[in-house]
Design a binder for this molecule. Structure first.
Ligand code: TNX
Length: 766
């Protein structure tokens, strides 16, 4: 049997696992040191909390709040020692200067459970984290007593910056949800909340001096419907919202009480459409005078940019001044700096003048000049800037911390230049990216970052020496909300991936073990469920594409991911519902001949909440062998046929299969046929899925097999086919026959069960 889905697959190896790990403390992130003792402590309603100072009182109250939420009662707090049936908060000796002793890091704690009592030692912050650990150890149900196994835990984090980001510009989120999100961050020991407050699609922070920012900049008449870029289709629903300064203070205080710093982001000089819609004068020195700035309704990178005039700097300083006052505890202000298109600057006489005056070589240096002026201002207020890795281009701002998002290279470069780095590489921790088979997952921005990939993230890449690695102060996952409209959809993308990240950022690297984590993650789900978190329900089966040899059968385990959850399944390709048969513990598969068998499952929680569909596809046979091609050249051969105007017929070579390359040659709204021939590069052995999304008629032939051959209508339709292929070059022929109206033609591909993505020209040769 050939389990092709290996490499970075979801591969849960469900088979060998039993529910909950015996003798394990099911805490996420895994504590640094756990020594199991003998016996157990029974927490009862008459258990006392012992405190010896004011600090202890605060921690005791906090514990009581948690117990009340979980069990509906609070414990009595006393201040004289009790040996039995007590939870003790020990004071931590303060050094003479009033700080904490060096050896005790602020976030460190110890938690000792013995059969008579529990001891907790730490600073305020340490106590807070000890309580998070304790609450995870307590069972869900309370009946007279709640038992905790005897254990000694000593714990402290690997990284000092453990962040979660939330974009509230693309889709505004209510304060109540932001607080719930912060609660979840605290539960998993994150300590920085990066609040992305401004972008092209909405300005979400009240600035008293410039009320138009929110009056105008926080509103858009509608949003692009799903993914209808071209032709654009809107949803017709106005979208808006912003946080008043009072609400911001409320959120900051709420986070502070949970030892979380809120880092605000004010995007500049790009991603500025919303600000410019409110204050067009700040762009006009660069754009043509009658340019119409507006709050954007679609996603992407836009050329709207602040013009580096004195008026703009004055405005931004005023905005930052108010912002800094609202976030007194954050050492940082995030100033964005990503994805700045320089077209307007290049065309601007003002900017060309500025370049001469300031001796700036190109527009990258203009960006650098822009950021460094802002940096000086922010520094003058006692704060440091964070910027996305693009701010490295054209010269790094001297005191900037770099947030590396386009992979880790920006972070590596910055660390080598002795700048602090926060790693947020898109290929590991972009939680807006898909986490399962896009055929079944709710609409998202695409790509594929499954749980296991997040867990494999290491913020300190091997390219850095030990000393350079010290500049990596931590990591963060980013949740961009282009396609995430509601709190539920955000939670679906955040959980359980956030649990994997918490362990990456908190726990010892040597302790990293995915299967062990996976079990503790499963144990955490009932609690998340009770807390009303709309996490993505884990797969109950191994998903993906499987290739069997001529004779073998495949039998796989079905594992309900939560106690009480039911798994329903189909074998005929139809979508399972609660009326489908309940899946047995083992499902056997035996495709006959050329048959392709797809097992589809859904999970239904006791609450009635349903999962997405999880599918496993089985086929027999061999992977198709790759071919050798002499002197391959990048791209494909094309043949364009225009029936009504033969003079427009063309054939030749091209490096892209996009239709718009013919827009100059022929009318894409009239009848035409185009065929591409060449070879397609398959990177690794696997069962691949190919998809053509098109109007009208398409044919796809790979390795001599016609896998798609359909005539369509003027409506967009997606056709899928799967094929097991060996790594290397495979002959491919793609044909599209357009029969009038708007034309769509997209070719996507990927390993079965993982993300599909558009094929690039560089993946073809001929
Ligand atoms: C890139 S990450 C962006 C965001 C998008 C995101 C979508 C970064 C600094 N810029 O504006 O929302 O991709 O994944």
């Amino acid at each position: 049997m050939n389990r092709l889905f290996a490499a970075i697959a979801v591969s849960l190896s469900l088979v060998s696992l039993v529910l909950a790990q015996a003798g394990e403390i099911n805490v996420v992130p895994k504590p640094r040191s756990i020594i199991l003792g003998t016996g157990k402590f029974g927490l009862r309603k008459d258990t006392k909390i012992v405190v010896r100072d004011e600090k202890g009182k605060l921690s005791a109250n906090l514990l009581n709040e948690h117990l009340f939420k979980k069990y509906g009662f609070k414990l009595k707090i006393v201040n004289k020692p009790e040996k039995v049936n007590a939870i003790n908060f020990w004071p931590i000796a303060l050094d003479k200067s009033g700080g904490y002793p060096d050896e005790i890091k602020r976030e460190k704690y110890s938690l000792t459970v013995q059969s008579e009592s529990i001891q907790i030692g730490g600073t305020y912050t340490g106590d807070f984290y000890a309580i998070q650990t304790l609450m995870q150890m307590l069972p869900a149900q309370f009946a007279k007593e709640a038992f905790l196994p005897a254990v000694t835990i000593v714990d402290s984090p690997r990284f000092s910056y453990r962040g979660m980001h939330l974009d509230v510009s693309r889709h505004f989120q209510p304060v109540e949800f932001v607080k719930k999100f912060i609660d979840q961050m605290a539960q998993y020991k994150f300590n920085n909340f990066h609040w992305h407050l401004t972008d092209d699609q909405g300005w979400r922070i009240e600035i008293k001096k410039y009320p138009k920012l929110t009056e105008v900049g926080s509103q858009r008449p509608e949003t692009m419907l799903e993914r209808n870029f071209a032709p654009y289709k809107g949803d017709g629903i106005p979208h808006g919202g912003f946080y008043t300064q009072e609400q911001i203070k409320e959120v900051v205080a709420y986070a502070k009480a949970r030892y979380i710093t809120v880092v605000p982001e004010i995007e500049l000089p790009g991603h500025a459409s919303a600000a410019l819609a409110a204050h067009p004068e700040l762009g006009k020195g660069c754009a043509v005078a009658d340019y119409k700035f507006e709050v954007k309704k679609t996603w992407g990178i836009f050329k709207e940019v602040f013009c580096p005039t004195e008026e703009t700097f004055k405005f931004l300083e005023d905005v930052l001044d108010e912002t800094i006052k609202l976030f007194p505890d954050s050492p940082y202000i995030h100033i964005g700096g990503d994805e700045v298109l320089k077209d307007f600057w290049k065309e601007s006489a003002f900017v060309q003048e500025l370049k001469k005056r300031e001796n700036l070589k190109d527009e990258h240096e203009v960006q650098s000049y822009f950021v460094q002026r802002i940096e000086k201002f922010v520094n003058s207020k006692g704060k440091k800037i964070i910027g996305w890795d693009e701010i490295l281009e054209g010269g790094i701002a001297p005191t900037a911390t770099i947030m590396s998002w386009r992979g880790m290279n920006g972070g590596i470069e910055a660390a080598k230049a002795k700048h602090d780095v926060i790693m947020t590489p898109n290929d590991f921790v972009y939680f807006d990216y898909g986490q399962g088979d896009p055929e079944f997952e709710p609409l998202n921005i695409g790509s594929y970052v499954p749980l296991q990939k997040v867990y494999s993230f290491d913020p300190v890449p091997p390219e850095l020496t030990t000393d350079e690695g010290k500049y990596v102060i931590g990591g963060q996952a980013n949740i961009w909300t282009e396609y995430l409209k509601t709190p539920q959809s955000i939670e679906y993308m955040a959980f359980p991936r956030m649990l994997a990240l918490s362990e990456v950022l908190w726990s010892k690297k040597e302790d990293r073990n995915y299967q062990n984590f996976y079990e503790r993650m499963l144990a955490a789900l009932p609690r998340l469920d009770k807390q009303g978190v709309n996490f993505r329900i884990p797969e109950p089966i191994d998903v993906g594409g499987f290739l069997l040899n001529e004779t073998e059968a495949y039998a796989f385990e079905v594992r309900p991911p939560l106690p009480g959850a039911k798994v329903y399944f189909t074998k005929d390709g139809s979508t399972p519902t609660e009326n489908s048969p309940e899946a047995p513990q083992k499902i056997s598969v035996f495709p006959v001949g050329d048959e392709v068998v797809t097992i589809k499952t859904i999970v239904v929680l006791p609450s009635g909440r349903k999962s997405s569909v999880y599918a496993a596809t089985f086929m027999r046979g061999k992977m198709l062998e790759a071919m050798t091609v002499e002197n391959p050249k990048e791209g494909v051969k094309f043949n364009l046929v225009v029936p009504d105007n033969e003079s427009q017929n063309r054939s030749g070579e091209t490096k892209t299969i996009l239709l718009n390359q013919f827009a100059m040659l022929a009318d894409l709204k009239k009848d035409l046929g185009v065929q591409y021939d060449g070879y397609f590069k398959i990177p690794a052995d696997g069962v691949y899925q190919f998809q053509i999304e098109s109007t009208w008629d398409t044919t796809l032939v790979i390795a001599g097999k016609k896998i798609i051959d359909e005539s369509g209508t003027s409506a967009n339709v997606k056709r899928n086919a799967i094929l097991p292929l060996k790594a290397g070059l495979h002959p491919i022929s793609l044909r599209y026959n357009h029969r009038g109206g708007d034309s769509t033609f997209r070719f996507r591909w990927g390993l079965k069960g993982q993300g599909l993505r558009q094929a690039y020209g560089s993946e073809f040769v001929h």
